[in-house]
Every structure is written in structure tokens, then in C-alpha cells.
Design a protein around this ligand. Structure first.
Ligand SMILES: *Cc1c(COP(=O)(O)O)cnc(C)c1O
Length: 467
């Protein structure tokens, strides 16, 4: 591809993206009906022997890609969680791809590191986070991880290092370490514990209350029992907005249980934590001033395209202790004097993209007011939707709904009517919702928050659910 061909194709592609996000997506069903293998069957079995023209690739976007993707940017997207994209963030992503820098250390691309550190401090300010996480604080700081799953793994590794008092290059004895969370926590906690060599059998599932929030008394009892048994409690994950029902664990009380024990307290606010951009919703930050690490995703509700997971720790010493590696070829004067951050020591991979650009572009070109407005809109729509559910005696609300997720079911002990309703909605393909199980009973989740979702889309969903 020549520079001129790139210019022409690039302009066309930008037009395509602009049209798609500007309601063009509505030409498609949110869920296209595709069976496994269908997509591959549309494509040649072998790679092309000669370069093809852009037009051939371009036409396959319409022929192959758009009809077979699930349209997360559709206004009728009510499944999983919002995975929003904005024009501003797409431009940042494009620039990152075009510049092609690797930001593993400060010296490999100073702007990549310094803009990222500043963006984490900007977000720290916009979310109203406690001072201990700011990069200018004594031991805190933030970094962009690829996902909340990587963030929790990094937190587990820091906690493990701290618990085993490991020196660099030394793991120490991990055989007695125990971690705690609830059945509502994200699957990445268990996966992280397995990767870190702790294993699923030393992950304790602490009881939750009827609101799906961790019971601090049960946590205290479990920690006490394990300590008595000669084990070492080392990690607690408190969830702010669980995946199933957006339940909030009581972090202030959990922190009080952990206080003085040396246990690392991580708070997973991947989806819901970003709500703190809206000052009236700052309650989602409850207890963070006593946690050791925190994660919320800019790549869900906020509108910075995947991947952009914001991770802060109040103890970067433990993080660096766990993850820093210094081969000869990565040494630099800047890092050795401590004047610069080398983000490779804050994450799993060595290589890293210039992800801060998309956050920077979004905050400057759209402004935080845009995300705040959307968050307010979605919370209002969810409250209105929940009121319709509450007023209809065929349905019941099955979890608290303080933000943008409403969980409901058809009244009665039988799960079948709720499961059938979910199946009917998703098979029709006009709307997409997801199913969960809360305390053994099926529930239909309605997650509100795609960029183009408006009141009429929510009304139309309610119509579809009730007719
Ligand atoms: C979405 C989510 C995750 C996983 O996020 P990724 O960035 O996709 O890894 C973890 N925890 C919670 C509470 C989530 O909502």
C-alpha cells in the first residue's frame, strides 16, 4: 500500500466509521443470526497470492464483517455492559497505531509515559479519588492496563509479593496464602489467583446478603478461621458494581476488617466506578481511601474505546517489587535516577501501546461533560424503566438498581417463563439482553448505556418485553 492509497482508503474508512456510529448501525439487527463456521465459509480458505485492491477489502466489510458482528454500538444494546466508542477516542487509537511507538519504558517514548501518568492524574481528579493514589503522592500512582482482568492479576501479584516479603526475583512461600471475595465477583479474580499460583481452592467465597453485597462479619469470621488454621490471608477483592447485578460490597466495613492484618484490599469497579465522573454519584467511591488498589474501566460506560482500564495503587513499591525486571538492554539513566516511570514494571507484558492518546483526545475533544451527561441520562432511564417494572404485577425487580442496570424476572417460582422471554427477545434480534442467575433464580438483565440509546429505545424494549 502506498501513501496515496493509504490516504484514499483511510478517508473512506473514516467515512464508514462516522456513518456507522451516526445511526448507520441501526440498519442492522443488534444480534445477527450466525452459526459457528458461517463466517469462515464466506472467506477463501487460503491467503491471497497477490496483493488485492482496497476495493476488494472494502466490499468485504459490507459483505462479511458488518452482517456477522454483534452490534455493541446499537441503540438497542441492553446486554452485558456498554462498550462505548466515541469519535474522539477512535482518533486517538488511530494516531497510536500510526505512530507505532512502544512505551515499555520512559526512554523508549517519553510522551507515551508522561501523558499516561498525567491522564491517570486527570482521571483521579475527575473521579474524586483519594489522594493516596495520585502519582504525585508518596507511594501511589496510576497506569492504563489492557483490562480489569489484568489489573486484578497485577494487584494479586503485588499482594503476593507483600505477603511473602519477597525480594525482587524471589517469590517466597505462597503455599499458605488465602484470598477472599464473593460469588458475585468477576471470574477474573479466580483466574488471576490461579495464574498467580494460589489456586481456586484457596479462594474463599464469602457469604453475601440479600442485596448481593459481601457480609463483613462473614469475612471477619473466615479470616479469623484461616489465621487460626495457620494460613495467611493476603488478598481481598471488594466489588463496586458486580457483573451480575451491579451490587456494591461495603468497602468501608471490609477495610475495617482488613485493617492492621496486612491483607491487600483491591476494589474492582470496572463497570460502575466510572459513574463517579458525575459528582452526585461519588458514593461509588465509598471506602477507596482505605484500599490498596482500585480499577475502573474507561472502556465501558465512559466512551473510550477498548482497551483502556484505569488502575491505581496506593503502594507502587509492592507492584514494582513483584514485577520489575531489569535486563541490561533495558537499563537507562532516567530510570536509574528514579526520575522517570518505566511502565513495563507496572504490567504483565513488556510492550505497550500509546493508549493514553485516546483518553486524552476524549477528555479534550468531547470533554468530561459529555460522559457525565450520558451517565446521568442512563441512570434516569434505568430508574424510569425500573418504575415500569415495579408497576407491572407480571414482573418483579430482583436486585437493587441504583445505577444503569435493572434485573427483573417474571413472578413465580418457575424460571421457565423468564428464560423463555430472554430467548424470545434475543432470537428476534431487535434487542439484546443477557440472562443471569441471582441466588439460584433466573433474571433478565437490562443494562442501559450505549451512546445512541435513548428513551424511545428503552420504551421499545419494554414494549417488546410486555407484548
Ligand atoms: C467488565 C468487568 C470486569 C472485566 O473487565 P475487562 O476489562 O473486560 O477485563 C471485571 N469486573 C467487573 C466488575 C466488570 O464489570
Amino acid at each position: 500500500m502506498t501513501p496515496d492509497e493509504f490516504r484514499r482508503a483511510g478517508h473512506e474508512l473514516i467515512d464508514l466509521i462516522a456513518d456507522y456510529l451516526d445511526h448507520g448501525v441501526e440498519a442492522h439487527s443488534v444480534l445477527d443470526r450466525v452459526a459457528p463456521g458461517d463466517v469462515r465459509a464466506m472467506l477463501p480458505e487460503h491467503p491471497p497470492a497477490e496483493p488485492e485492491p482496497w476495493e476488494a477489502v472494502r466490499s468485504d466489510i459490507d459483505r462479511v464483517v458488518l452482517p456477522t458482528i454483534t452490534h455493541w454500538q446499537h441503540p438497542n444494546w441492553f446486554a452485558y455492559f456498554p462498550a462505548n466508542v466515541t469519535y474522539s477516542s477512535v482518533l486517538g487509537e488511530l494516531l497510536s497505531a500510526g505512530l507505532g511507538v512502544q512505551g515499555m519504558s520512559w526512554v523508549t517514548s517519553p510522551a507515551c509515559t508522561e501523558i499516561e501518568t498525567l491522564m491517570l492524574d486527570w482521571m483521579h481528579e475527575l473521579l474524586g479519588l483519594p489522594a493516596r493514589y495520585r502519582s504525585t503522592s508518596e507511594r501511589g500512582g496510576g497506569v492504563i492496563q489492557g483490562s480489569a482482568s489484568e489489573a486484578v492479576l497485577v494487584a494479586i501479584l503485588a499482594a503476593r509479593w507483600k505477603a511473602t516479603a519477597g525480594a525482587v526475583n524471589e517469590i517466597g512461600d505462597t503455599t499458605r496464602l488465602v484470598a477472599y471475595t464473593t460469588s458475585q465477583a468477576h471470574s477474573s479474580i479466580e483466574k488471576g489467583l490461579r495464574i498467580a499460583g494460589i489456586g481456586s481452592d484457596r479462594m474463599r467465597i464469602i457469604d453475601h446478603d440479600e442485596q448481593f453485597a459481601m457480609r463483613p462479619d462473614a469475612l471477619a469470621a473466615a479470616i479469623e478461621a484461616d489465621t487460626q488454621g495457620g494460613l495467611i490471608p493476603f488478598f481481598v477483592c471488594s466489588t463496586h458494581g458486580s457483573t451480575s447485578s451491579l451490587a456494591f460490597d461495603p468497602t468501608p466495613e471490609i477495610a475495617a476488617v482488613c485493617a492492621g492484618s496486612g491483607v491487600w484490599l483491591h476494589v474492582d469497579g470496572a463497570m460502575a466506578g466510572i459513574a463517579a465522573l458525575e459528582p452526585e454519584l461519588r458514593w461509588v467511591n465509598q471506602g477507596l481511601e482505605r484500599a490498596d488498589s482500585y480499577c475502573t474501566n474507561a472502556h465501558k460506560w465512559m466512551g473510550v474505546n477498548f482497551d483502556c482500564s484505569l488502575f491505581w495503587t496506593a503502594d507502587r513499591t509492592a507492584l514494582l517489587g513483584a514485577l520489575s525486571i531489569l535486563p541490561e538492554y533495558l537499563r537507562s539513566a532516567a530510570a536509574e535516577t528514579g526520575a522517570a516511570i518505566d511502565y513495563r514494571d507496572w504490567q504483565i507484558p513488556l510492550g505497550r501501546r500509546f493508549r493514553a492518546l485516546k483518553l486524552w483526545f476524549n477528555l479534550r475533544l468531547d470533554g468530561v461533560g459529555t460522559a457525565q451527561g450520558r451517565i446521568r441520562r442512563d441512570v434516569e432511564l434505568a430508574q424510569e424503566f425500573a418504575a415500569w417494572v415495579a408497576a407491572d404485577d407480571r414482573f418483579e425487580l430482583v436486585a437493587p438498581h441504583p445505577l444503569n442496570l435493572v434485573c427483573l424476572r417474571i413472578v413465580g417460582d418457575d424460571d421457565a417463563p423468564t428464560d423463555e422471554l430472554i430467548g424470545r427477545i434475543n432470537t428476534a434480534g431487535e434487542f439484546h439482553v443477557t440472562r443471569t442467575v441471582l441466588d439460584g433464580r433466573s433474571a433478565l438483565r437490562v443494562s442501559i448505556g450505549a451512546v445512541n440509546t435513548d428513551r424511545s429505545a428503552v420504551q421499545a424494549l419494554w414494549q417488546a418485553l410486555t407484548t
